[in-house]
Design a protein around this ligand. Structure first.
Ligand code: SAM
Length: 314
């Protein structure tokens, strides 16, 4: 099988909107982004090594956004949809960068090879390491938990800063065994992290079929047959209450989730949000406050915000 690869030279301002559009509206099989800032940060991390930006092939001015589709998809239609979206975003006053779109067909096999090249062990924290299925890793501490992942095509490899913020939030919250719901579980990575950190039960929900398949497979890789999965939107149709609600989704969707939190949260329950662009934080803060919640801790990585949330005291 081949994949249709669509590359867009664009700006940081619209990367999230394009990701959402590609996945939710165009049903892309997968997305990725090559960000100039990631290469720059790689340079800062190695203080004795100078990363020669000029030597990097096809370095984007800001972001090269890449979406993958089934080869059967009508290429012109997909390109037109992205062109229209870029125009719409520019109409909101957002910078869309060069906006050039190019396409090619790549072998599906190459996609997997690409993953294997870029996806390595993430030694995230004292208690968590994320290890691709094809790599081996000796824990830095005997009780460091290993999450084995096959990234597949659902979101959530552990590489994304939003996933990492959410995991750190779960680690902070899990001071005793909690019942957890992971809203928008994608690959299941946060649900598996909650289990490894000692949750007493975990439910993962998502609107996408790919997520249900990927989360089940990844749970299997982690001997976590008890992971419950439900294909549904947010929490409206989810039964029961939880000690911890986790959601790493774009701010626009979190705004719809906020009014559903109270009826699904146990007394003394906690909420972890991630996936919030810092520019969207005021809207989230206001909605949380209006719905009786307060922010106990803010975390930030790059332009992303993670929040630890609980009910306001009476
Ligand atoms: C940013 S990904 C997060 C995946 C994973 N939890 C992680 O942290 O890496 C967001 C996920 O939310 C799902 N999603 C989007 N809208 C949703 C909704 N209304 N209800 C449930 N899930 C949703 C998407 O399908 C996607 O898998």
């Amino acid at each position: 099988m081949k994949l249709l690869e669509v590359k867009i030279e664009t700006s940081y301002d619209v990367e999230d909107a394009l990701s959402y559009f590609a996945q939710e509206d165009l049903q892309a099989l997968g997305i990725e982004a090559r960000r100039r800032s990631d290469f720059e940060q790689a340079g800062w991390l190695h203080d004795s090594t100078v990363v020669e930006m000029d030597d990097i092939k096809d370095l984007p001015a800001e972001v090269e956004f890449i979406a993958y589709f089934d080869e059967e998809r009508d290429r012109d239609e997909v390109v037109k949809a992205f062109e229209d979206k870029l125009k719409e975003l520019a109409g909101y006053g957002l910078r869309t960068g060069e906006g050039t779109i190019s396409t090619s067909y790549i072998a599906d096999q190459d996609w997997n090879t690409v993953w294997q090249k870029y996806y390595h062990v993430i030694n995230l924290s004292r208690h968590l390491a994320i290890v691709p299925e094809w790599e081996s890793y000796k824990p830095a501490f005997p009780d460091q938990q290993i999450i084995t992942m096959d990234p597949g095509l659902a979101f959530g490899t552990g590489n994304h800063q939003t996933t990492q913020l959410a995991m750190l939030g779960i680690e902070r919250a899990m001071v005793k065994p909690l019942s957890v719901v992971d809203v928008g579980t994608g690959s299941g990575i946060l649900a598996i992290a909650a289990h490894k950190l000692g949750a007493k039960s975990v439910l993962g929900t998502d609107i996408s079929d790919e997520s249900m398949t990927a989360a089940k497979e990844n749970a299997g890789l982690n001997d976590f047959a008890d992971l419950k999965l439900q294909k549904t939107s947010l929490l409206a149709d989810v039964e029961g209450k939880f000690d911890l609600i986790v959601a790493n989704i774009l701010a626009e969707i979190l705004l719809d989730l906020i009014p559903q939190l109270d009826s699904h949260l146990n007394e003394d329950g906690q909420v972890i949000f991630s996936g919030i662009d810092y520019l969207q934080l005021p809207k989230i803060e206001q909605a949380l406050s209006e719905n009786g919640f307060k922010i106990d801790m803010k975390m930030r990585a790059g332009r992303w915000i993670g929040l630890c949330i609980s009910r306001k005291e009476d």
